[in-house]
Design a protein around this ligand. Structure first.
Ligand SMILES: Nc1ncnc2c1ncn2[C@@H]1O[C@H](COP(=O)(O)OP(=O)(O)OP(=O)(O)O)[C@@H](O)[C@H]1O
Ligand SMILES: [Mg+2]
Length: 308
């Protein structure tokens, strides 16, 4: 018998859960829904003539919605060119449809361009979906139900080899203000809010509605440590040789904590703290690689580098 799925895809599907969990913190429940959905669809257990799968990511700002789409696309398609990202807040007027499909019969529009660039497969990520004009929303519903998009040239694109993800902050005020920590209650309230803010048919068209958590204190602490390590790797990949002591991570965690804005300030704090120190050293030493250990100095409440 012949194998139905290539071996390397099977291996990428098997490692998907671990890969996402090691990069996305505090979203265990939602990853438990997303991973099997992707695994099944990539094993071709799915409806024909529809996108590979379609998922709506709801949740507050900076909690990992876009990052999750980015990561699973890189992991499953083994290429960063495969993510096509469209910010729907740029498509708020009826004439913006022309931008997407082309203005006249000789133009293939933004959609044609992205389709070619991703070579007929990948992930379409529609950010802030609730901001799109109703006309665009109709096109969108057509993509979800038939995996087709017709350009101004008359050519119809086949989108059945794409995952479609839409993200929205709709309903997240409910989540941010809610005192309840019971996930079932939160999910019910978010879906309710989504159903009133979207057109009814939009919500139901997605195969999965994934509600991302608000990031709590502990998750943000872990994210601080994770992103400090990631930023250090980025810096060392430039040719530096730097280590950090635990006090530096704690400093980043204090600097970057924000319940309201989620992980973004934490990620920014990690880079800012390391960047400032390494830059000063590099400019001082005439652009040579920086070697040393970054420590936290309690008295000055600053981080500094100790050359070894
Ligand atoms: N749960 C998380 N675990 C680890 N890192 C995270 C998490 N959430 C967000 N981040 C980091 O914060 C940055 C912003 O996250 P992301 O772009 O996914 O936010 P978002 O949920 O899409 O927010 P928005 O609704 O504002 O678009 C990312 O670069 C990512 O690295
Ligand atoms: Mg986003």
């Amino acid at each position: 018998m012949t194998r139905l799925i290539p071996v390397d895809l099977i291996s990428r599907l098997n490692t998907l859960g671990d890969f996402l969990r090691s990069n996305i913190v505090g979203q265990e429940e939602v990853l438990e829904e997303i991973v099997p959905m992707l695994q099944g669809s990539f094993c071709e257990i799915r409806f024909p003539k529809r996108p590979i799968t379609s998922m709506l990511f709801l949740g507050p700002t900076g909690v990992g919605k876009t990052e999750t789409a980015l990561l699973f696309t890189e992991h499953l398609f083994a290429s960063s060119e495969k993510l096509v990202r469209l910010d729907m807040s740029e498509f708020m007027t009826p004439d913006s449809i022309g931008v997407l499909r082309g203005q006249n019969t000789s133009e293939r529009g933004l959609f044609g361009h992205y389709y070619d660039r991703s070579r007929g497969s990948g992930t379409f990520l529609f950010d802030e979906i609730e901001k799109a004009h109703p006309l665009i929303n109709d096109v969108f519903l057509q993509i979800l139900s038939a995996a087709r998009f017709t350009l101004a040239t008359g050519e119809t694109l086949d989108l059945s080899n794409y995952v479609v993800v839409a993200t929205s902050n709709v309903g997240s005020r409910v989540l941010m203000e809610s005192r309840s920590t019971d996930r079932e209650t939160i999910v019910r309230r978010m879906i309710q809010a989504g159903t009133t803010d979207f057109r009814v048919e939009t919500m139901g068209r997605f195969e999965l509605q994934a509600i991302f958590n608000k990031l709590d204190y502990q998750s943000l602490q872990k994210i601080g440590a994770l992103h400090t390590a990631k930023c250090l790797d980025l810096i060392n990949a430039q040719g530096h040789s730097i280590t950090i002591e635990p006090g530096v991570v704690e400093y980043v965690q204090r600097e970057g904590y924000s319940e309201r804005f989620g992980a973004r300030p934490m990620q920014n704090a990690a880079m800012r703290v390391l960047k400032n120190i390494v830059t000063v050293e590099m400019l001082r030493n005439g652009g040579m690689p920086v070697l040393g250990r970054i420590e936290y100095d309690r008295r000055s409440n600053k981080c500094l580098i100790v050359n070894q």
